[in-house]
Design a protein around this ligand. Structure first.
Ligand code: UFG
Length: 336
């Protein structure tokens, strides 16, 4: 099948493109390369043994995006392109709405012009905000707490309304929990520019000796060891969930939201210990104040994914840490 992938050179997008190519799909990556290294497509090709097509385009550039989709005529689009740092979104909300919301509107209009009716959208568990219950089911109220989360919720709403007006549309809003890890080949992974916002890349840089110590944001939460608990999911499992969602859009018209997580949580301290085990390196840390906006526990109820996608995560915490460490070690060698 011909599949266009916005943000296909990014962290989750690149892993998904590998899975698509390995399944024999024809892939067009649409990416601005604003947050992706220029050699990612070559690395994808080296892993998968097939090359994706590439168009360098900004998601908000309507004429260029429309032309690219018209030319490629995809049967489906996987939409990853967007900005994703919560802190940055709080200080620069207009830019987040411009890129995430306007960019998605431009994409849907370009899809309409190209008569493409199948979509899988990269949403986030952040749409739930501070949860009333864990594990979180998809029918939990949506009340995000920052502009990044609002932008994801708005896009989900736009897609739902688009589906109501066009009954032939088949779309899946995948709500990711905490993606971590890297491809086992260590050819692709997450390469945050500057100080990492998220736990796993920060821990990896401390283990690699690139940062002296981890700050653990609070040990007085109502959790077994007092540190925050999250539902970490291996990025390759997440990539495979996209292929399952793509399959669902072939048979299920309408718009649906599906959580992508494991349903199993780990605390910050458990993550640190697991990473020390996988890397054989110490991860020194300090306990500091809570980070504003953090919740104690966030866990997916993964039942709908199992029922509708026939998909469950298969990679465990050790695999997440080992693959993240292999990738971090590669980055370290490359930059030394
Ligand atoms: N943490 C630390 N120290 C750090 C970084 C994180 O202790 O240096 C802790 C956090 O307090 C939290 C846990 O590690 O308890 C995980 O934090 P992350 O930043 O890795 O992940 P979040 O769950 O906060 O964020 C994720 C996504 C966001 C999304 C959010 C809400 O990265 O994009 O979930 O769904 F908005």
């Amino acid at each position: 099948m011909r599949v266009a992938v916005t943000g296909g050179a990014g962290y989750i997008g690149s892993h998904t493109v590998v899975e698509l190519l390995e399944e024999g799909h024809e892939v067009l990556i649409l990416d601005s390369f604003a947050n992706a290294a220029p050699d990612v497509p070559d690395r994808i090709t080296a892993i998968a043994g097939h090359a994706p097509r590439i168009v360098r385009v900004d998601i908000t550039d309507a004429p260029a995006l429309t032309a690219a989709l018209q030319e490629f005529a995809p049967e489906a689009v996987l939409h990853f392109a967007g900005l994703k740092a919560v802190g940055e979104a709080v200080s620069n909300p207009l830019e987040y709405y411009r890129v995430n919301v306007t960019g998605s509107l431009v994409l849907l209009q370009a899809m309409q012009a190209a008569k493409c009716r199948r979509l899988v959208f990269s949403s986030s568990a952040t749409v739930y905000g501070d949860p009333d219950q864990v594990p979180i089911p998809e029918d939990h109220p949506l009340r995000p707490t920052n502009p990044y989360g609002h932008s994801k919720r708005m896009i989900e709403q736009v897609i739902e309304d688009w589906g109501v007006a066009n009954p032939e549309i088949a779309a899946v809003n995948l709500r990711y929990f905490n993606p971590v890890g890297a491809h086992a080949s260590a050819q692709i992974g997450e390469a945050p520019s500057g100080t990492p916002n998220n736990l796993m890349p920060y821990v990896a840089q401390v283990a690699a000796g690139q940062r002296p110590r981890l700050s653990i944001f609070g040990d007085d939460y109502d959790t077994p060891d007092g540190t925050g608990v999250r539902d970490y999911i291996h990025v390759v499992d997440l990539a495979q969930a996209h292929l399952a969602a793509l399959g669902l859009t072939a048979t299920a018209p309408g718009v649906q939201a599906i959580n992508v997580g494991t349903g199993r949580g780990y605390s910050v301290l458990e993550m640190v210990r697991a990473f020390e085990g996988a890397s054989g390196k110490p991860v020194p840390f300090d306990i500091v104040a809570r980070r504003p906006g953090d919740v104690a526990t966030s866990l997916a109820n993964p039942r709908r994914a199992a029922d509708r996608l026939n998909w469950t995560a298969s990679r465990d915490l050790d695999a997440m840490c080992e693959d993240a460490w292999r990738w971090q070690s590669y980055l370290l060698r490359k930059n030394s």
